[in-house]
Design a protein around this ligand. Structure first.
Ligand SMILES: [Zn+2]
Ligand SMILES: [Zn+2]
Length: 425
């Protein structure tokens, strides 16, 4: 069954100012109309619920004290039986007693203990306005070097004309009669067969408990207490910051009256880099060197670092060393900066040896001398028979395994009897 809000006065279809006599008349009319015995079978279930709420509304509104309790505290003051009690989330017992004794015979709507009700405006409003969380994408270069970013932010600030009052200097805010100044009201929600009290923010005063009449509203903020303002903010991304780090701008979130402003919190997101990959404080990248360089050595810049510096390598370190494809050169201290320290992670350079392509057309003499210069193959593989085979020089490993015949060929051979049985059926 859908949940909806019920107001006891609405249940009996009477004004909030209705007299006792009007309450009684409205009750009799509503009870008759909704009596389960008086409606068609298919409406009976609904009628029973309606009848219950009519009964409950009458029990409370016909009794002066209960009606006063309901007017000031809503359904939170009742435990569902129509008797004052402590429902879960109901008002403070002291508060109810103060109402019972202090407010006895008082006019509905005149009592009320500002802020004394749990879930009232004071309890409802957190002491700080909420933090503003947002993602902030940073390039690996900026995370390496650190970065200061200035940007204009639009936020709500307390209105300077009324200092967050919302009204003109001498104007008095009117207490909201809908919620009796509490900012919230208790309503009955229908949950299945039961009516259960529930607290909602008052829509008339938006939870303030009071409001200014149109002519008394502050001219600058139009009664909203805050105005939009542009502010230049600056965030500093320290060198070595990483994905998931938070950068907090203290108290820069929207301002709200009677609240400490929350923070703007940036959650760093590391952009993918075309060359470098990062893990913690370490970096890795692939460098391309030619076969000749791998064999004969070189001394040159192999990569441009994140701060724009060229990283130069001298190879070989010892005469005779060669570089192999996939070899890893670890450069200590050339990784990412480590926050709040002078040290850095390491840089892992993976060697990609670029072999000559078709454009390389060496003469037979050159090849012969290369063969002569370079190491010879190991001992020949011994075999009884030898076949010289054809081959495709551009084989593709993606095709590896695609010569599978499928399992059914085997099944047919092995389980001939079973296959025959199946076809026979
Ligand atoms: Zn209100
Ligand atoms: Zn204002």
């Amino acid at each position: 069954m859908a949940e909806f809000e019920i107001d006891l006065y609405e249940v009996l279809e009477i004004e909030r100012s209705a007299s006792k006599d009007e309450v009684r008349k409205a009750y009799r009319k509503a009870a008759l109309a909704s009596h389960p015995d008086k409606v068609p079978e298919d409406e009976r279930e609904d009628a029973e619920v309606k009848f219950k709420s009519v009964q409950e509304a009458y029990d409370i509104l016909y009794d002066d004290d209960k009606r006063h309790l309901y007017d000031t505290h809503g359904m939170g003051a009742f435990n569902g039986s129509g008797e004052p009690g402590m429902g879960p989330g109901g008002p403070d017992l002291d508060d109810i007693l103060a109402q019972m004794f202090g407010g006895m015979g008082g006019m509905p709507g005149m009592g009320g203990m500002p802020g004394g009700m749990p879930g009232g405006p004071r309890a409802n409003k957190p002491r700080r306005s909420p933090n503003e969380e947002q993602k902030y994408e940073v390039s690996l270069e900026d995370l390496y070097k650190g970065k200061t970013v200035k940007f204009a932010s639009t936020k709500n600030i307390i209105c300077s004309l009324c200092n967050g009052k919302g009204g003109k200097e001498r104007a008095q805010a009117k207490k909201c009669s809908t919620c009796d100044g509490h900012g919230v009201k208790q309503v009955l929600r229908q949950v299945g067969q039961f009516l259960s009290p529930s607290t909602v923010v008052c829509s008339t005063c938006s939870g303030d408990g009071q409001f200014f009449s149109p002519k008394d509203k502050c001219k600058k903020c139009k009664g909203k207490k805050t105005v939009e303002a542009k502010k230049m903010l600056e965030i500093y991304v320290p060198p070595g910051a990483k994905e998931g780090d938070k950068i907090v701008l203290d108290g820069e979130a929207d301002q709200a009256p009677d609240q400490e402003p929350g923070d703007i919190v940036f959650h760093l997101v590391e952009e993918e880099h075309p060359i470098f990959r990062r893990s913690g404080a370490d970096l890795t990248a692939t460098i391309e060197i030619t076969l000749a360089e791998a064999l004969a050595g070189f001394s040159r810049v192999v990569i441009k670092h994140l701060d724009g510096r060229g990283v130069e390598l001298k190879h070989p370190q010892k005469p005779g060393q060669v570089l192999s494809p996939g070899q890893v050169l670890k450069v200590p201290g050339e990784g990412m900066p480590i926050k709040r320290s002078d040290s850095r992670g390491d840089l892992y350079l993976i060697v990609d040896v670029k072999f000559p392509d078709e454009k390389w057309k060496p003469s037979p003499a050159v090849l012969a001398s290369l063969k002569e210069i370079l190491p010879k193959p190991g001992p020949a593989i011994q075999a009884d028979t030898v076949d010289e085979v054809e081959y495709d020089p551009k084989g593709n490993m993606d095709e590896f395994g695609s010569n599978d015949q499928g399992g059914s060929a085997w099944e047919d051979d092995d389980d001939e009897g079973e296959t025959a049985q199946c076809t026979a059926q």
